[in-house]
Design a binder for this molecule. Structure first.
Ligand code: GLN
Length: 271
């Protein structure tokens, strides 16, 4: 059987990806794999590694092959039922923490929670907050509930469309969402990892603004006075989102740029 070093060189994969797959299969850290580089792989691990490498070469995302992805310093389970967590979504989390303050009590809901990264992270970063999370996909809710239990995040989950399944009389200090915002014919839908992600988490099957429109229209009346609506959106949707937020009567409307310097989060406050 090949050694760890030989296995890493064998696959036509970028070195980091090969290391991630082999670390997953051997259960070794990257550091441990370096010191064990000349050890022979057990046959079962060599076969498992070759199978994963082949799937990766056929395009499957590393996050789905490993069944997990890191977000805001924590490991979240992911499956093809949910979007793969993106680092730019950390801006939405940071902004919500910043606008409300971690120390106060607050009721917050995450619409279209997917794997639950936003709701779980907020619940863990701001333990005084009461988190709810909604998704239309029962399969996504299975993943989100698993993550909440695994991370000991206190989140109440609801199945349904946007605000509809929430208690009628519930009002929130913040409504956050990273909704599907890719336009239906966008070429990105046919490229790379995105091809393997759930289409309903990516696109509204319209102009990319349909979900953002629905959320902006419905959210203000479910916000407490002074409550915030915060959404993630595409690099070219900042102006459109600000217009939707203003039309919905929100104030302090602003768009923030992510680490790549592109418009990513728009927020507004109920007077
Ligand atoms: N809220 C989840 C995330 O940020 C899912 C977003 C989505 O499915 N569009 O990853």
């Amino acid at each position: 059987m090949p050694t760890i070093n030989q296995a890493l060189r064998h696959a036509a994969l970028p070195r980091l990806e090969a290391r991630m797959l082999l670390a997953h299969i051997t259960g070794l850290s990257h550091a441990a794999m370096v010191s064990a580089g000349h050890d022979e792989l057990p046959v079962a691990q060599w076969l498992a590694y070759q199978a994963l490498a082949a799937r990766r070469l056929a395009g499957e995302p590393v996050a789905y092959l490993l069944g997990q992805r890191e977000f805001y310093g924590r490991d979240f389970a992911v499956s093809p039922a949910v979007l793969i967590p993106r680092p730019e979504t950390e801006l939405l989390v940071e902004t919500a923490l910043d606008k409300l303050g971690r120390e106060r009590q607050a009721r917050v809901v995450d619409l279209g929670t997917g794997s639950g990264i936003i709701a779980c992270t907020l619940a863990l970063e701001a333990p005084q907050w009461q988190l709810s999370a909604v998704d239309l996909s029962p399969e996504a809710l299975v993943v989100a509930r698993h993550n909440a239990a695994n991370l000991a995040a206190r989140v109440t989950f609801y199945h349904g469309s946007w605000l509809a399944p929430l208690p009628q009389d519930a009002h929130y200090d913040a409504i956050v969402s990273n909704p599907p915002y890719i336009e239906q014919h966008d070429h990105h839908l046919a490229e790379g990892d995105v091809r393997f992600e759930p289409r309903m988490a990516l696109t509204d099957e319209s102009d990319g603004l349909a979900c953002l429109r629905a959320i902006a229209a419905a959210a203000p009346e479910r916000l407490l006075p002074g409550g915030w609506l915060l959404v993630e959106h595409g690099y070219d949707q900042g102006a459109a989102c600000r217009a939707l937020f203003q039309a919905a009567g929100l104030q302090q409307v602003a768009t923030l740029q992510d680490l790549a310097g592109v418009d990513r989060v728009t927020l507004g406050q109920r007077p």
